[in-house]
Design a protein around this ligand. Structure first.
Ligand code: HMG
Ligand code: MG
Length: 299
């Protein structure tokens, strides 16, 4: 059965901007984006990434972004922290939630975080311990859940195994990433069916990229399985620097329109998100890729 409400986890400031080619997006623009998203009613925003600036230059100002945002009561601003160095930076910036990111593909793990899956899990243990000691919640990502740019097919059982390891380690929620956006609905369903045997369904999030235009269909398929946490990026921004050809996350605008049509509660103002999508893409010199934004237009 479909969920009666969904939690939308906004990705535009992090997943959306991390791969932006060309000049660095100004810190002030990132801060304004985050504040506009919060004003639209979004309650979970991945705001930055405390990773190596040599690996991901666009996220090099994570500290300034986290310190610069005018935080709203009831909004959680989180960031990626792949190791203790990243976590310490995030804690100093006053973070309340972080995320570690692993993969269901060995090759992708090496390209993305320079270590094997097993090494990554061992590296996350002290990150979780330190975060929990500081009262900070930790989300866990599994990448390449519906395919890998280097390995191709990924078995659902492998996804379930890595998700289980992250959950048992103490991640409060496991976000399942179709990093390259190659999935189709039946494959997405099978992946959830395997993973829900290891991690309760209400602890699973869908993080789908829209490279092949399947993200909305895949989301509907996993929502029927009971998934109620959805990662999305306003304007459909984004891509992963270590997944060539991957396009943005499913657009927040499109997810909200889908939810509205299904009578599912989100608490988010669709038109305000559309306007924010037009504003940020104008800063970047293009148009939103969200179909709903193009259909409705800016107010
Ligand atoms: P490494 O080179 O193995 O790390 O990289 P190291 O520990 O050997 O350190 C090398 C250098 O990096 C040192 O500096 C460290 O201080 C520095 P040097 O002495 O050479 O000057 N360093 C750091 N600097 C800042 N912040 C840090 C940090 N850690 C080390 N946290 C590392 C390992 C994980 C750091 C690197 O591979 C990295 O930063 N990777 C980030 C990759 C990334 O951000 N990818 C995109 C996000 S994941 C994604 O998009 C998928 C997702 O959306 C889900 C989906 O779609 O599937 C989440
Ligand atoms: Mg992603």
């Amino acid at each position: 059965a479909l969920p009666t409400s969904i939690k939308l986890f906004e990705m535009a400031p992090r997943d959306g901007l991390q791969n932006e080619p060309g000049t660095l997006v100004p810190t002030a623009t990132k801060i304004e984006l985050i504040e506009r998203l919060a004003n639209a009613g979004i309650r979970h925003i991945e705001a930055a990434s405390f990773v190596s600036p040599k690996w991901v230059p666009q996220m090099g100002d994570a500290d300034e972004v986290m310190r610069g945002i005018q935080r709203q009561h009831g909004v959680v601003y989180s960031a990626l922290t792949p190791n203790l160095k990243g976590l310490e930076g995030a804690l100093e910036a006053g973070i309340e939630e972080v995320a570690v990111f692993g993969a269901a593909s060995e090759a992708f793990s090496q390209k993305n975080i320079n270590c094997s899956i097993a090494e990554s899990l061992a590296r996350f243990e002290p990150v979780l311990a330190r975060a929990h000691e500081a009262g900070v919640r930790v989300r866990g990502y599994v990448s390449c859940v519906l395919g890998c740019p280097y390995e191709g097919y990924i078995a659902p059982e492998k996804v379930a195994e890595v998700a289980k390891a992250l959950f048992e380690m103490g991640c409060y929620e496991i976000s399942l990433g179709d990093t390259v956006g190659v999935g189709t609905p039946l494959a997405a369903k099978r992946m959830i069916e395997a993973t829900r045997q290891q991690v309760p369904i209400e602890k699973l999030a869908a993080h789908f990229h829209d490279t092949y235009g399947m993200a909305i269909a895949n989301l509907y398929a996993v929502m029927e399985e009971g998934v109620s946490v959805i990662d999305a990026a306003t304007a459909g921004l984004g891509g992963c620097p270590y997944a060539k050809g991957a396009s943005g996350n499913v657009a927040t605008e499109d997810v909200l329109y889908l939810a509205e049509g299904l009578g599912i509660e989100t608490g988010i103002n669709l038109q305000a998100v559309i306007d924010t999508g037009y504003w940020i893409t104008q800063q970047l010199g293009r148009k939103p890729s969200a179909k709903v934004a193009l259909a409705r237009g800016c107010s």
